[in-house]
Design a binder for this molecule. Sequence first.
Ligand code: AMP
Length: 211
Amino acid sequence: MKITIMGPPGGGKGTQAELLEKRFGITHISTGAIIRKAISERTPLGLAVQDFIAKGDLVPDDVVISMVKERIAEPDCEAGYILDGFPRTIPQAEAMESMGISLDCALEIRVEDDAIVERLSGRRECGKCAAPYHVKFNPPKVEGKCDKCGGDLITRADDVPEAIRERLSVYHAQTEPLRRFYQERGLLRTAKGCEELADTTKNVLQALGVE
Ligand code: AMP
């Protein structure tokens, strides 16, 4: 099974992708997490892209496309995968098609812009394993600590107001056109993102036709 999850920044893609990874036993691939890891390890890729991320802009298509190509060739992707945050532009989606990858569906999580800022300001991420949390909507069992690995929770550098506004406008301009792209291919499924994690999960499973 191959799925892509799209939706605005802070819309819950990462959290839902994690749940689907467990439910379907397929690999969760977050391009954002791969990029943040490269930045924190100061690899050549990380150094080349860190300014794009800090401003809330997209990393160039060719960089992300070759990153994904490499990742999906790994053995843990044989049974399928959930792409979280890829494709994010029409050229990325076209590149995927020309690699011969056919998705089972493109799942869109819809959230209004007004709700996004509140969500992003409360968002936290494990500095060690990148598991996503939210102080209000998805808190860890112990404040400031990751449930999975005990790592410290951090606020992402791009969850600051200027970068949030930029990321929203980039989403509307560059990623939303993918709705039509996948609608035309009969692959688009839409789920409403809600305040409560359990409600969003329910909508996601319904949209996928599994509940
Ligand atoms: P995310 O964790 O998915 O919100 O991604 C964080 C940031 O990584 C984005 O704001 C972009 O700068 C970059 N990024 C992640 N995925 C992509 C992609 N498919 N294309 C371009 N930039 C990306």
